[in-house]
Design a protein around this ligand. Structure first.
Ligand code: FAD
Ligand code: NDP
Length: 452
């Protein structure tokens, strides 16, 4: 650690990755400054995972009320929701997170600078008020922003950030995209009272997930009332005199929409950071190009989280940040993020989770050595209420020892079930070890140890 500089490390960004970096560096005794011009917590806490999960939970409750009605409870199948009241609860939860970060930053002696930062050289940052500060290491943790397509009228549409400003469910909504955000927004808006149409440029949803489960998920969305248009490219947007939106080039004769959301991927926040000027190499999606140790082409400049362009998930940003700080300040020269077998969940209704290889990836890599086990079943609550929804669980195994290399779950509880099984997969468990584990009955999770 160098005394000739103001700090040992300056972190640009106080989102998932930046906060984790600051806390871990401080725990190793480093002198830390963190720049954050917006709300603490970044995308995840303010316009991502947390408010999204709050809305998803509300949508889940709506689904359970409908099931309760079908089971004989004396409740209306679709009782009215006060959206503003839900938003009040959501924002109170978020305000508590801000306060707890603030307390922890103070307690750990981290200098929080409420300013945007820009690199002047490989060790110096200029804050948006002109103040210059220096450090041995600079960490870029500035996240990413939603992309908009280059089409006529694109500015008439919203992005995921705008979804969180809604005060009620718009009557007719279009969602453009077929990835995580499109699927999540479509499902929860439909459950909370909107009529949703999805415009997907490809032939399927979620192309990083198992094809069979993605197909079942599309079927679930249809059952919930979402209209899906595959291989449909939106070419433009026009506003009708009543303010409603019409899609050009797709569904042109269909309904006008009250809102349209683009969910077509995100781009790294690297503009105006002075990175190219100091020699930091950038990739095609605006990301900082980093090596396996999160270090850029300039040895004192590192990047973590969405801006590093690998897996855009909060726990990945946090894990990469902690490993980097352990390496720089914690005497752990080998510490680095392992990007293999990262579990992930799409918060659809029901959720879709996966860890490891998809069936397609496993077959491409291991050919005939792959064996796949599937269980397609109706979870008990759905069966009792005579609901149509089915669960689809899949294990992908390889070799004579049947090592489990992929776990794919679409169904109630998948979001909670997957974490423990991800530990087993990461430890190299075999199908036989799954079978030797006694089932917990009656649950959906037991399918994973009973699957044949
Ligand atoms: P961010 O959290 O975006 O933080 C970057 C911070 O940098 C921001 O606060 C910004 O103000 C600040 N900043 C920008 N420029 C500068 C500058 N020049 N100087 C200083 N500071 C700057 N992931 C999950 O794991 N689970 C989920 O359920 C999930 N749901 C999501 C839902 C939505 C709608 C979205 C959009 C994302 C979701 N994600 C989810 C992804 C997750 O939010 C991101 O992967 C995560 O927030 C990335 O953290 P980060 O620290 O890299 O960036
Ligand atoms: P994704 O990368 O998941 O999906 C982007 C989608 O947009 C794809 O279907 C893509 O189609 C489509 N697309 C790309 N360009 C266009 C275009 N010009 N016109 C129409 N469609 C287009 O991005 P998201 O925006 O959904 O989410 C961003 C990231 O945020 C995710 O990748 C994930 O890392 C993170 N996230 C995580 C969540 C979670 O953990 N639950 C939830 C939400 C976000 P194609 O495949 O054909 O290119």
């Amino acid at each position: 650690m160098s005394a000739s500089r103001d700090y040992d490390v300056i972190v640009l960004g106080g989102g998932s990755g930046g906060l984790a970096a600051a806390f871990r560096a401080a725990s190793h005794g480093a002198r830390v400054a963190m720049l954050e011009p917006g709300e603490l917590g970044g995308t995840c806490v303010n316009v991502g995972c947390v408010p999204k999960k709050a809305m998803w939970l509300a949508a889940d409750v709506a689904g359970r009320i409908a099931l309760a009605s079908a089971l004989g409870f004396d409740v209306a199948p679709r009782p009215a929701l006060s959206w503003p009241e839900l938003v009040t609860h959501r924002q109170r939860y978020i305000a508590n997170i801000h306060a707890s970060y603030r307390r922890r930053l103070d307690a750990d002696g981290i200098a929080v600078v409420p300013r945007r930062g820009r690199l002047l050289d490989a060790h110096t940052v200029v804050c948006s008020d002109g103040v210059r500060i220096s450090a041995e290491h600079l960490v870029i943790a500035t996240g990413a922003h939603p992309r908009r397509p280059a089409i006529e009228g694109a500015e008439l549409g919203g992005v995921s950030d705008d979804f969180f400003n809604l005060c009620e469910a718009p009557a007719q909504v279009a969602v453009v995209g077929g990835g995580y955000i499109a699927v999540e927004l479509a499902g929860l808006l439909q459950a909370l009272g909107s009529r949703v149409e999805m415009f997907v440029q490809g032939a399927r949803l979620l192309d990083r997930f198992d094809a069979e489960l993605a197909m079942q998920l599309a079927e679930n969305l249809r059952q919930q009332g979402v209209r899906l248009h595959f291989e449909t490219k939106v070419q433009g947007l026009r506003q009708a005199p009543d303010g409603r939106l019409r899609v050009v080039g797709a569904n042109a004769s269909g309904p006008a929409f009250d809102k349209l959301f683009f969910a077509i991927g995100r781009r790294g926040n690297t503009d105006d950071l002075g990175l190219a000027e100091v020699g930091v190499k950038l990739g095609e999606r605006g990301e900082v190009v980093v090596d396996a140790w999160q270090t850029s082409s300039v040895p004192s400049v590192h990047a973590i989280g969405d801006v590093a362009g690998k897996l855009g998930l909060t726990p990945v940003a946090i894990a990469a940040a902690r490993k980097l700080m352990d390496r720089l300040f914690g005497h752990q020269p080998e510490a680095r993020m392992d990007y293999d077998n990262v579990p992930t969940v799409v918060f659809s209704h029901p959720p879709l989770g996966q860890v490891g290889l998809t069936e397609e990836q496993a077959r491409a890599r291991h050919g005939d050595a792959v064996r796949v086990y599937c269980s397609n079943f109706r979870p008990m609550l759905q069966a009792l209420a005579e609901g149509p929804q089915r669960s689809l669980f899949k294990l992908v195994c390889v070799g004579e020892e049947q090592k489990v290399v992929g776990i794919h779950l679409l169904g109630e509880g998948a979001d909670e079930i997957l974490q423990g099984f991800a530990v087993a997969l990461k430890m190299g468990a075999t199908k036989r070890q799954f079978e030797e584990t006694v089932a917990i009955h009656p649950t959906s999770a037991e399918e994973l140890v009973l699957i044949r």
